[in-house]
Design a protein around this ligand. Sequence first.
Ligand SMILES: NC(=O)c1ccc[n+]([C@@H]2O[C@H](COP(=O)([O-])OP(=O)(O)OC[C@H]3O[C@@H](n4cnc5c(N)ncnc54)[C@H](OP(=O)(O)O)[C@@H]3O)[C@@H](O)[C@H]2O)c1
Length: 303
Amino acid sequence: MKVVVTGANGLVGSAVVARLAGAHDVVAVSRGPARVRAAGAARYVSVDLDDAVAAEALVRSEAPAAVVHCAAMTDVDACERDAAAAYRMNHDATAAIARACAAVNARLVALSTDYVFDGEAGPYGEDDVPNPRGVYARTKRLGEEAALLLAPDCAVARIAVVYSGSRETKRTFALAAYDALCAGTEVRAFVDQSVTPTLADSAAEMAIALLASGYRGVLHCAGATEVTRVAFCHALCDLAGVSRALVVPVRLADVKLLAPRPLRSALTVDRARMLLGASGPLALSNALARFVAELQGASVSAS
Ligand SMILES: NC(=O)c1ccc[n+]([C@@H]2O[C@H](COP(=O)([O-])OP(=O)(O)OC[C@H]3O[C@@H](n4cnc5c(N)ncnc54)[C@H](OP(=O)(O)O)[C@@H]3O)[C@@H](O)[C@H]2O)c1
């Protein structure tokens, strides 16, 4: 099967490519040169998806059986500073890819976020009504709508607070916190923000299983365990064998941040658990075991 994977230099996209390459004809798409091993192992194409015409032309010319769309403008504060750029990337590029998928009869799996919810009353299921706050959240929600509206065979996979033990991709909160804790340095973490952190490789596994499932609509593909950031860091302390006293609790309201962050945006994953079975959401303990394996350089087997 020919699959186009966007965001191939990113946390989730690189994991999708790593899992598909070898077994499928993978076209790995990102900006600039291939910066991660996985992207280089597939047929790599550099395209600036900011250009919606180029985004649509790419998918039309490749005419794949499926697209896994992981590329996005993911820096929430940068989105706040440049709403036009966020709209182009998170809405226009997604709409262009969805239009092209419709034209070539490709199935589309588009990645999205827990930020589509305001975080006032989580955890949230797929049938809860989004109320995005901030530019990133609003443009991602518009991207969801465009994908579902324009691509007849489309699933939107919402994930949350992505982390990875890979040192090739963007440095996540989890990796930075783990490194700091191992060095005996204090880590500040929100005590009142409750989330469902998602291991990038697990998100990739779920996106691929979702692709194969034929499911259409929104599916929550986050980690299966809801935790506060402090509780997550306590689990990292236990892994690192250091005192939990290194974790300094802070309240979200006490930190000045540009983009609004939802307080309680955990996603319920019962539907994904039923649909995806063994490839479904991971409990935090299982995900952290994989995180450690990634840190130690253990390879992921293709599926
Ligand atoms: N990270 C999270 O905590 C999180 C949480 C919830 C949902 N999500 C969603 O999950 C998906 C994957 O996120 P991620 O964390 O894997 O993202 P990421 O690590 O930030 O990677 C984003 C990717 O998008 C590519 N990209 C950005 N702008 C582009 C452009 N103009 N043209 C071509 N490629 C472009 C980047 O390419 P280059 O690196 O080559 O520039 C990069 O490969 C996104 O839809 C995101 O909204 C992420």
